[in-house]
Design a protein around this ligand. Structure first.
Ligand SMILES: Nc1nc2c(ncn2[C@@H]2O[C@H](COP(=O)(O)OP(=O)(O)O)[C@@H](O)[C@H]2O)c(=O)[nH]1
Ligand SMILES: [Mg+2]
Length: 389
């Protein structure tokens, strides 16, 4: 499966892409491919000395706060020599591994990598909160020998910035530039590797987006998709990235939802398997951070009432998805919301004539519109929360 935007894809191209000429077989294949996207695993190892912020970084990456249930304990001295796995709360196929600290004086990178079973991981993130040390360099070289990728992350940047923020002539870019230079000096044996400056308590700032872009560009297509789906929506820029990735699969969801509509149906919506569309839209809802858990985290992080964030969600489509997922019983107080089925039907009704190709095209348009609605709502949520970049 190659990367493509659904925008210009017609039905016959979609059939070709899944390698089936029969529309029913193509729909089945498309559904299979959608499922397989959720089963690809991404294993990210996070390593570095004790106290450098490995656990806090893992929590932030999973969209959790340090004191949440299931979060990696922070501020504790590591006693275990084992790697601990933390799965992503909504994308369990994405796993972050908290590796034991690398700070001991007689550190042997090769032995360390064997002990933590290096072959398990797709990539390594080497964390430091001050300067990178000899052990970090040894480790990077050994990872390279084993033909895996590593990325240097310099954490606690918020502390560095904060400590000089009150000084005269404070220039944030200059502070960041100096930190970067120092890191490069410590890592010069490795050439000039990229170093990402990060605050785990404010992923929307500094280099987190750049880190995600870089990982994305170096992963295989399916793993890249898992990565972008799982990262928290910490900025408007990250939201745009997520939009782009979800758009790539509209054609697949549209194809998967087609019921081989080769005879005219009185209503186009009858020719569509709405369960496939619903699954895709729920997945968008989670990926974009419109789900309850993500909104709660955002409200805690930005210190904004949850109700205020929720009130920024206004489109009937986003509200219908939320309503569909709500577990609470409806009460008299609940505002009546159109069901997702009704909202989708209303959008399909626009077209009255049908063949498989038209059905596909219309479904793509409906999904694109639905995704746009959710994106616009989430943009409002982020702005309400005070994230404007
Ligand atoms: N200000 C700030 N503190 C951090 C950051 N990352 C970690 N910390 C703090 O540094 C301490 C050690 O972090 P922890 O994640 O437990 O480090 P680990 O031993 O490498 O897992 C904890 O008190 C964290 O709250 C960060 O990006 N910014
Ligand atoms: Mg830890």
């Amino acid at each position: 499966m190659t990367e493509v935007s659904s925008a210009d894809l017609d039905f016959s191209e979609a059939l070709e892409r899944v390698g089936e000429h029969d529309p029913n077989a193509a729909a089945a294949k498309a559904k299979e491919q959608l499922d397989s996207l959720d089963s690809v695993t991404l294993n990210i190892a996070v390593t570095g000395e004790t106290g450098t912020g490995k656990s806090a970084f893992i929590n932030a990456f999973r969209g959790l706060n340090d004191d949440d249930d299931n979060s990696a304990p922070t501020g504790v001295t590591e006693t275990t020599k084992q790697a601990t796995m933390y799965t992503h709360p909504t994308k369990p196929n994405v796993r972050l591994w908290d590796l034991p600290g690398t700070g001991m004086p007689n550190f042997k990178a090769n032995k360390f990598l064997k002990e933590v079973k290096f072959e398990t991981y797709d990539l390594f993130i080497i964390v430091s909160s001050e300067r990178f040390k000899e052990n970090d360099v040894f480790l990077a070289k050994e990872i390279q020998k084993k033909q895996k990728n590593f990325y240097f992350v310099r954490t606690k940047i918020d502390n560095d910035v904060w400590s000089v923020a009150k000084t005269k002539n404070f220039d944030e870019q200059q502070v960041l530039g100096t930190i970067r230079e120092n890191c490069h000096r410590n890592l010069k044996e490795l050439g000039k590797p990229k170093v990402f400056l990060i605050s785990s308590y404010d992923l929307g700032k500094y280099d987190f987006q750049d880190l995600v872009d870089t990982l994305e560009s170096e992963l295989s297509e399916h793993k890249r998709f898992a990565l972008v789906q799982s990262v928290p929506v910490c900025s408007l820029a990250m939201l745009e990235k997520k939009k782009a990735v979800m758009e790539q699969f509209i054609w697949l969801a549209a194809l998967g939802s087609s019921l081989g509509a080769i005879i005219p149906f009185p209503l186009l919506s009858l020719a569509i398997d709405k369960t496939v569309l619903t699954t895709y839209l729920i997945s968008c809802h989670n990926v974009l951070g419109l789900n309850e858990e993500s909104l709660i985290k955002l409200s805690e992080k930005m210190n904004k009432p949850l109700s205020q964030l929720k009130s920024a969600i206004k489109t009937p489509l986003a509200l219908a998805v939320i309503d569909k997922l709500a577990i609470r019983p409806r009460t008299a107080m609940t505002k009546p919301v159109k069901s997702l089925d009704d909202v989708l039907d209303a959008r399909f009704l626009v077209t009255s004539f049908v063949n498989a190709s038209e059905a596909f095209k219309t479904t793509c348009t409906v999904l694109r519109g639905a995704l746009n609605d959710m994106i616009n709502d989430m943009r409002q949520v982020l702005q309400t929360a005070g994230l404007n970049e």
